[in-house]
Design a protein around this ligand. Structure first.
Ligand SMILES: Nc1nc2c(ncn2[C@@H]2O[C@H](COP(=O)(O)OP(=O)(O)OP(=O)(O)O)[C@@H](O)[C@H]2O)c(=O)[nH]1
Ligand SMILES: [Mg+2]
Length: 316
């Protein structure tokens, strides 16, 4: 399935049904009282969190949603039926914008938010009977529904983001640490959209997200990695992966930090660790002096992975 993390949808709630003006007509009762029923409320449009979904692909395919209108009230005090609601299933981690303004977020399974409230049904004339007015001739019209154009943005919910230059071995690392089986290959941009993996623990499960590679100039739109950086906005630890078999791993690290700074300096406030990958290709461990916590691993051979996992479990 295609990974889609942005979609525009059009939602319309149902209008309320009109209240009814009616008077009882019965044999032998010359002047029956008012018996116009209320109109039903219009249906609303909701979003609901569904943890089985991972992308907004369905919304892209189907952008229009319309809830049912409330039925009009009728005589004999018959109230109109309520309009049918529409409940749109979305993945967890969705933010909803109306004209650029955040109107809600769905972060839990089963969580429901209203994005277009149905119009209230009008009251029928039976409702307006008073001691002085026993035969009211008024009823209300139902309130109209609401139409909105909404932007839906998905920010994957993960605890840890794995980021680095293309081909550094991020996906291989995800595979070594979790149950995930991402595509791995020896060319840049193998990963085109985030891969998720779960590190199981008897206390809790930790979700790791492996991101597409980030290249220099990414903050100006080069490459593909940056548009996905919002998926790590909510993580609480970043794993920066560099290819230790390349000429200047610390330079790779600096380039990454520089891209983050340009994109969103808040990313630099997150705790981060640095992973020197592919040490199987080296004769000896490089010496590095950085203030970050550094790990030397071979994601391919599995060297150093246990230590990394222990660290992550203790930090989470
Ligand atoms: N020798 C060695 N090769 C590795 C190691 N980790 C990854 N590789 C290889 O490096 C290449 C890139 O690995 P990926 O895991 O696809 O790298 P990536 O960072 O996810 O790449 P993109 O998604 O394209 O950014 C593959 O050929 C891997 O087999 C390692 O520890 N040692
Ligand atoms: Mg990859």
């Amino acid at each position: 399935m295609k990974f889609v993390d942005e979609a525009t949808i059009f939602v319309t709630s149902g209008a309320g049904g009109n209240g009814c003006i009616s008077f009882r007509r019965e044999k032998f009762v010359p002047r029956g009282g008012p018996d116009g029923g209320n109109g039903g409320d219009g249906g609303s449009v909701y979003l609901m969190g569904n943890k089985k979904l991972a992308t907004l692909y369905d919304l892209k395919l189907r952008p229009h949603y319309r809830a049912g209108r409330g039925r009009h009230g009728k005589g004999k005090n018959m109230h109109g039926r309520t309009g049918e609601d529409v409940c749109i299933q979305v993945p967890l981690g969705v933010a909803v914008f109306d004209n650029g303004r955040l109107i809600g977020e769905v972060v839990e399974a089963g969580q429901k938010i209203t994005v277009a409230q149905g119009g209230i049904g009008g009251r029928g004339n039976a409702h307006f009977v008073t001691s002085t007015n026993r035969a009211p001739r008024d009823a209300e019209e139902g309130r109209p529904g609401d139409t909105k154009k909404l932007k839906i943005v998905l920010k994957i919910i993960s605890d840890i983001g794995i980021v680095g230059l293309p081909n550094a071995g991020k996906s291989t690392l995800l595979k070594a640490m979790t149950n995930a089986r991402p595509k791995i290959d020896n060319y840049p941009f193998t990963t085109l959209s985030p891969n998720l993996g779960v590190l199981r623990d008897n206390k809790k499960n930790i979700v790791l997200a492996d991101m597409p590679g980030i290249i220099e100039g990414a903050h100006q739109g080069r490459g593909i990695g940056l548009q996905f950086l919002r998926h790590i906005e909510r993580t609480h630890l970043l794993i920066l992966v560099v290819d230790a078999s390349e000429a200047d791993p610390v330079g790779q690290y600096r380039a990454l930090i520089n891209e983050f700074r340009q994109y969103d300096p808040n990313l630099l406030k997150k705790p981060r660790i640095l992973v020197f990958n592919k040490i199987d290709l080296l004769d000896h461990k490089p010496t590095v002096r950085l203030k970050e916590k550094v790990f030397f691993v071979s994601a391919l051979a599995g060297t150093g992975i246990d230590r990394l996992i222990d660290y992550i479990r203790n930090e989470n």
